[in-house]
Design a protein. Structure first.
Ligand SMILES: [Zn+2]
Ligand SMILES: [Zn+2]
Length: 496
């Protein structure tokens, strides 16, 4: 190679234009771009979250819900206020880190774009110089072909001869650096150089940043699930949300939030060599993706649900007690899960979701009935006589003492069985967030739901959710769940 390049003449290249730099004005005066880069992800997070919260409270798209509001209120082990508080803490940390990162970044200028395009055009010209030699290796005479083509296709002839365009001399197309007798760039060279500079390089930068974030998050997230101490100390907090909702996306232990989200995105930004405005798009974009993955809906018109198979349905499986040791990939693609065999293999999850909805609905209705009786019967309200029930508590079945394995849904065979066992153990290990109690509750509810479905296979669950949860009169939508309509969106059926 050294010999080959030594034989190519690099002296006769078109000159590069002069440039002078001007400070880049801010995109949204008077907010400096570096500050906007920090504010935009926070704004995007709450704006998108509030949009999903709004369609939640108005109950606009019940058919695309992954879970019912009854499940939100019965299954989650953390209040909405605690979630908001911890997300705000994470955003303060994220902003502080971003501020420090911003201080290490050079200020942004403009004015060098034409120069940079010309640098690419020169690289193209240098590459052209190898064409005659390359053609010679396959027995073609570049000069001969160029002569034949010269009259009809002068530009092609010039390229074949290694970038010789005599007609362009003195007509340097970029900048003011042209001198009489100097070579100039061909139109196609400048167009290609512009496409490389404005499209290809930024696309590769975003691709690299996405790869870095996905890789960083996959391995750390997986480690958090494989190591019991890491899980129970840090990551279990995020999993208090068995039914994710949009603004729970960044509900994390502060250390985990810093390590996985803030540091991961910062490293990706640095490695991809992004400028401030690219950072704006990247940080806000990955925030939006994370929120969308936790939104609790499989909306068919939401483009983010379709761009990759990592979407709300995919990540929702990871939030379930039976799928927690699967689907670790976040936030963009699922290739690490697929390459390393951690993608959910338990097949179609529709039935599980249906039973879960039904069980939560029944539990919700039971709670509601208790409340209604107490308040609607004035005769009872004054007398808190425990007599008719005084033995009930003593005689009540002690759920946690019932062997777990007898109460679990039958795990699927083979690999799915291993995943199920791993997931089950993860929940058991996390004693402070419920531990065995979570599984016992679920197993009991599962049994009830199965029994209910057997007794009345066509019966809809009652539609008695009150406004207590902030949702208007909703009904259980088991039979019309999105799993039937939009299996392609949920992205978790067995075929994948
Ligand atoms: Zn997790
Ligand atoms: Zn999550």
């Amino acid at each position: 190679m050294a010999t080959a390049s030594a034989m190519i003449d690099f002296s006769n290249l078109p000159p590069l234009p002069e440039y002078h730099l001007t400070p880049l004005p801010s995109l949204l005066p008077p907010i400096p771009d570096k500050l906007l880069t920090l504010l935009l992800p926070i704004f995007a997070y709450w704006a998108l979250s509030m949009f999903f919260h709004w369609i939640d409270t108005k109950d606009y798209f019940p058919q695309y819900r992954l879970h019912t509001p009854a499940e939100v209120s019965k299954r989650n082990r953390v209040s909405r206020w605690e979630v908001i508080r911890d997300v705000l803490i994470q955003q303060v940390v994220q902003t502080a880190v971003g501020w420090v990162l911003g201080m290490t970044e050079p200020d942004d200028f403009f004015g060098k774009e034409q120069y940079d395009v010309a640098v690419w055009a020169r690289r193209i010209r240098i590459a052209e110089k190898s064409i005659p030699r390359l053609l010679a290796t396959v027995g073609l005479d570049a000069r001969g072909i160029a002569k034949t083509l010269g009259a009809s296709h002068p530009t092609l002839a010039g390229a074949l001869q290694g970038g010789q365009y005599p007609s362009l001399e003195n007509l340097s197309a970029v900048g003011s650096a042209s001198k009489v007798g100097t070579p100039g760039f061909a139109g196609w060279e400048l167009m290609l150089a512009s496409a490389i500079y404005w499209v290809l390089v930024p696309a590769l930068q975003f691709g690299l940043a996405i790869l870095v974030v996905d890789t960083w998050q996959y391995f750390l997230h997986r480690a958090m699930h494989m190591n019991k101490w890491l899980y129970t100390t840090f990551h279990s907090r995020h999993h208090r949300l068995y039914v994710p909702y949009a603004y729970g996306a960044l509900y994390n232990h502060p250390f985990e939030g810093f390590l996985l989200d803030t540091l991961g995105a910062s490293i990706a930004y640095k490695l991809a060599g992004m400028n401030t405005r690219q950072g704006m798009v990247f940080f806000a974009g990955s925030t939006i993706k994370t929120v969308d993955d936790h939104c609790g809906y499989a909306l068919p018109w939401d483009p983010l649900q379709h761009i990759t198979s990592n979407n709300a349905g995919y990540h929702d499986v990871h939030h379930q007690s039976w799928g927690i040791k699967t689907n670790f990939s976040q936030p963009f693609f699922t290739f690490w899960d697929r390459l390393l065999g951690t993608v959910w293999t338990g097949g179609d999850v529709s039935a599980r979701y249906e039973r879960s909805r039904l069980a939560a609905q029944k539990a919700f209705d039971t709670d509601n009935k208790k409340t209604t009786v107490t308040h609607s019967n004035p005769a009872d309200s004054g007398t808190q006589d425990p007599k008719p029930y005084e033995n009930d508590l003593r005689d009540a079945t002690d759920l946690p003492s019932i062997p777990i394995k007898n109460r679990q849904p039958e795990p699927p065979a083979g690999k799915a069985e291993l995943q199920a066992a791993g997931s089950r153990q993860q929940i058991l290990d996390d004693k402070k967030d419920g531990g065995p109690g979570v599984l016992v509750d679920e197993a009991y509810e599962e049994k009830e739901a199965r029994g209910f479905l057997r007794r009345s296979p066509r019966k809809r669950a009652p539609s008695t959710l009150s406004s207590k949860d902030g949702f208007k009169g909703l009904r259980d939508r088991v039979p019309t769940s999105m799993h039937g309509r939009a299996r392609g969106i949920i992205g978790v059926d067995g075929s994948r």
